[in-house]
Design a binder for this molecule. Sequence first.
Ligand code: GLN
Length: 285
Amino acid sequence: MQLDTLLARAGARLQAGGSSSPRRDAEVLLCHVLKVERSWLYTWGDREAGPWQRARFEALVAARAQGQPVAYLTGEREFWGLGLATGPSTLIPRPDTETLVEAALALAGATEGALLDLGTGTGAIALAFASERPGWQAMGVDISQEAVELAQYNARRLEIANVVFLQSDWLDALEAKPRHRQRFDLIVANPPYIAESDPHLTQGDVRFEPRSALVSGDDGFFDLEYLISEARRYLKEGGWLLLEHGFAQGERLGQAIEAAGYDAVETLADLAGRPRVTRGCWPGP
Ligand code: GLN
């Protein structure tokens, strides 16, 4: 069967399965099986798929039709132009989070400094930042040892050397290990911030992602508020805390950051104009 025909059938099947991007999903899965770029498919769509390729592709399409995220099926997702290995122990990096990377880079004018990424998952934020600021040192921590190994693997594969990853429940390991007891110029996080009862959790890819990376108490603020308080002991004077959050959380979060003693509190919008990142500058105790 021709690749074009395979794709058309898979697209129809995925549409019926409820995917919001059926054609794109089918193309990404076929590229993964054939080990080619998407542009290759547009030129060579009249080629025949081999029997093994077809079987492998159809198995992936079937899993996708059951709702499995494409990034878990291919084991990869692009973020900030970096191909990152992904897996079910981490949140799948989202384009939205590039807003947080941009906000961190905008504050990182100096040629050197130290950044800490809390709840790093695949390492997406720390790696994107470190790749843009070779003179800085980045550290990413995650409560999941599997996530830490994935992030370390990504750093090796991308040959990004100015980043380290370690297992830690938020800042606990830094507290315990004196050699990690340092202060940072920037502390960033894309923590869990969804409310337990949010209907968003029962739809699409998020059903397959770790709940611990998504859900934070009754109202979604539990971890955000914890980080606002704890980060103060790890920021240099004049250092910045930057937190990603949900569309409707900016105002309350800004107030909480101000109440905790930070200055210059500001909420920044994502590419779609929605408030998604709030930052505050730590003036010192
Ligand atoms: N923005 C993500 C979502 O809506 C959630 C990410 C998070 O909780 N940190 O699925």
